[in-house]
Unconditional design. Structure first.
Length: 72
């Protein structure tokens, strides 16, 4: 899945309210640009995405079935 497909999925499933999907979209877009940006820029952006992801905390507690499904 590329970033455009992921963005479409997020829109179609009302995922804009799910911050972990937005982090995933940022990560996918960065992955697609990796070969066109300097390593230092890539590392800086990756660290920023990681920081934001870690700030989400344990958001899934209490909604595990909704988020992770029933054991696909």
């Amino acid at each position: 899945m590329n970033s455009e497909q992921l963005a479409r999925y997020i829109e179609e499933t009302d995922g804009i309210s799910k911050p972990w999907l937005l982090v995933l979209l940022r990560l996918k877009k960065l992955e697609e640009r990796k070969n066109s940006i300097p390593d230092t820029e890539y590392q800086r952006e990756l660290e920023d995405i990681h920081k934001d992801m870690m700030n989400l905390g344990e958001w899934w507690i209490g909604i595990e079935d909704e988020v992770f499904g029933d054991g696909i």
